[in-house]
Design a binder for this molecule. Structure first.
Ligand code: HEC
Length: 646
């Protein structure tokens, strides 16, 4: 058994090797793990740092270490505190977005708002995770994410969901615009000659309804532009809210830069919003009525939105078509709720459109096993949504049967609410989510026949799926800490992983207040070489890359150099550190950057290594500033800073 992977040796500089791994290494290098594997418990200074880093990105303090050394049970209370801290909530948003498969979506349906789209995409990716945290804070069970109609949204997100809703894209990809204005109209005016207060523009009873005024120039010969009908009319208004002036029939030039109606707060005013379909005769929420969106906690849309599986990032990532027929959407939702896919990682699914409805439903055929389960579930999606994920209007599709029969859950239904309710009956929800957190925290699978794993999953389930209980029980469990022998340990070594993108960048942000992976274009490109987690299609487990490579080594070193320049500036008083207090700076490198407080037995040695490095650099002729920067880079690339679990 070896707990320090040989690949990590690349990082280890001289003396730090032995000290960093002491307490976790047993000297033998026998790769055959099993019941006879010699086990040495991981020491508190190692696992406290690991658990706190995963949860918050922050280094442990002397007090926290002392508390766990005195009583290992103290870790549970610390996990509660760490998870609830602002840094902890920020990190949980990242993990939950991944686990609910919200992170990989790239484009927005007909987005066309280039400057705002990356910001909006970021919000969209966080919405489901923030919803899970908000429900948890209300004491609601995590499994409610299968059925929730309340979502954390900002006004900008509401605008976008509302805008998507006024268009309709059918199964044949025909785009249609619904009557989206209170008077049933589909045209609007933009002009800069006659000031009109926004309230009048938005008041259906005013003669100035849909007459939008801007003080800015909208083109030299175009004081008034009329957007008259057509499928682009609502999209053009949507662009105008972002400060763009699209071409109109009378003025074909395109302009940018009028004041946007959307303001900064529209991206930050997160709140729980109830999304529902209109009642008989009711209108959907007008997407362009920003004052109304800002003051509302309700959004009325034609497209059904329920649970995690109808969010734009989920549907945008798992797009379907007529041949696929929402199979991908069903299968990915099963992975979230059951931790199970109808396709194993290794099976190659023959893709053939011929015989689609005959061959693979013939009992005994190789296709039958999977497709007899998967295909009847398509009805839930296809009765209600087109292949472009707009509301379904085709009576033939609306009449399709919808049956759920998987892992002991047997339901018949018709709506997406019914599909969510079936997911919420998953007998594997506790296990699936304990496993998802295990992948996140241990960078590897936990053994599902491990009594300790089953204990955690059961405690989570018995708490009515309280996310806080899952975090508390698993993050303090020997499955993650390595403080005691487990079946999982016998099945695989304790994995020491490289700090992946979110871990590495998140730690710098939370420890130093530096957005390390966004320090300019070059750094952004470099940071793209850090591995980040994701779900591959049909994969039950996330794709996690824990191994180091030369690219990783080079990337972290380059990012650390950039951070060194940002925290150590020639101008006095700018940046976190200064050459005026070299001793203080080096001490903080050890405690904050390397995450090794005084109470950690490796502290004195680490401090000495850095101090010697700074002195040697100065003797070699480097200026005090460059010598200190170089010392920072050494700390920033130290094993405890670039790896998780050392
Ligand atoms: C191991 C389970 C499994 C078996 C066996 C299997 N399928 Fe599938 N099949 C799936 C899953 C899951 C999907 C949806 C995957 C996705 O889109 O991500 C799928 C998707 C499909 C699709 C839609 C492909 C598309 O265009 O996206 C077709 C067609 C299909 N299967 C036909 C067959 C036929 C024919 C056979 C037998 C020769 C077969 N399948 C055997 C699980 C299986």
């Amino acid at each position: 058994m070896r707990t320090c992977r040989s690949t990590l040796l690349l990082f280890l500089t001289g003396l730090m090797l032995s000290s960093a791994c002491s307490g976790t290494i047993d000297g033998s290098d026998d790769p055959s793990d099993g019941p006879d594997t010699p086990f040495e418990p991981v020491a508190p200074h190692v696992y406290v740092a690991k658990v706190k880093n995963i949860l918050t990105g922050l280094p442990p303090t002397n007090e926290e270490l002392a508390a766990v050394v005195a009583d290992p049970n103290a870790l549970k209370g610390l996990v509660d505190v760490w998870a609830a801290s602002p840094e902890g909530q920020g990190k949980l948003v990242k993990w939950l977005s991944l686990a609910f498969q919200q992170t990989q979506f790239q484009g927005l349906d007909n987005m066309r708002v280039t400057d705002a789209s990356s910001r909006l995409k970021g919000l969209m990716r966080e919405s489901i995770a923030r919803t899970a945290l908000a429900l948890t804070a209300e004491g609601r069970p995590l499994i409610e994410m299968m059925t929730t109609k309340r979502f954390m949204m900002t006004s900008a997100m509401m605008e976008y969901y509302g805008y998507l809703d006024v268009r309709h894209v059918g199964d044949g990809n025909r785009v249609r615009v619904k009557p989206w204005q209170a008077n049933g109209g589909n045209s609007w005016i933009l002009q800069n000659t006659r000031p009109i207060p926004l309230e009048r523009t938005l008041d259906p009873s005013s003669p100035d309804y849909m007459n939008w005024y801007t003080p800015a120039s909208i083109g030299p010969d175009c004081p008034t532009r009329t957007y008259d009908g057509g499928t682009s009319a609502p999209g053009y208004l949507h662009l105008m809210l972002y400060g763009q002036v699209p071409p109109s029939g009378d003025c074909p030039t395109y302009r940018m830069g009028i004041p946007a109606t959307l303001i900064y707060e529209d991206y930050t005013d997160w709140r729980m919003v109830t999304v529902r379909q209109p009642k008989e005769g009711e209108r959907t929420t007008p997407f362009f009525d920003l004052p109304r969106l800002r003051s509302s906690t309700e959004l009325v849309l034609d497209i059904p939105r329920v649970g995690f599986f109808t969010s734009l990032p989920f549907l945008g990532e798992w797009d379907t078509n007529r041949a696929n027929d929402a199979r991908v959407t069903v299968n990915q939702a099963l992975i979230v709720a059951f931790g199970r896919s109808l396709d194993s990682e290794t099976t190659i699914v023959p893709i053939s459109e011929t015989g689609l409805d005959d061959d693979h439903v013939t009992p005994g055929s190789s296709c039958y096993g999977c497709h007899s389960i998967l295909d009847p579930m398509r009805g839930y999606f296809r009765r209600n949504l087109t292949v472009s994920y707009h509301e379904q209007l085709d009576p033939e599709q609306q009449a399709r049967p919808a049956t759920f029969s998987f892992e002991g859950v047997n339901e018949t239904g018709s709506t997406l609410d019914d599909f969510g309710a079936a997911l919420a009956k998953s007998p594997r929800f506790g296990i699936a989510w304990t496993q998802k957190l295990c992948f996140h925290a241990a960078s590897a699978k936990c053994s599902e026949d491990d009594p300790e794993f089953l204990r955690v999953a059961k405690t989570f389930e018995d708490s009515n799926f309280d996310l806080r209980v899952l975090l508390r029980e698993l993050m303090s469990s020997p499955l993650i800490t390595g403080a005691a022998r487990t079946k999982t340990f016998e099945d695989r070594e304790v994995v020491v992983s490289v700090a992946r993108y979110d871990q590495f960048c998140g730690a710098h942000l939370n420890r130093l207040g530096v957005d390390a992976c966004n320090l300019g274009t070059m750094v952004r490109r470099t940071a793209a070489n850090l591995p980040s987690d994701g779900y591959s299609r049909s994969g039950e487990a996330p794709v996690i890359n824990s191994e180091t490579t030369l690219f990783y080594r080079a990337a972290t070193e380059n990012i650390c150099r950039a951070v060194a320049h940002s925290v150590l500036e020639p101008r006095v008083g700018v940046g976190r550190y200064s050459t005026a207090d070299e001793k203080g700076a080096i001490l903080d490198f050890v405690k904050t950057v390397m995450g090794i407080p005084e109470a950690d037995p490796r502290h004195a040695e680490s401090l000495q290594i850095l101090e010697e490095h700074a002195a040697e650099a100065q003797q070699a002729g480097f200026s005090p500033l460059d010598a200190l920067r170089s010392t920072f880079v050494l700390a920033c690339t130290a094993p405890t800073a670039v790896a998780v679990g050392l």
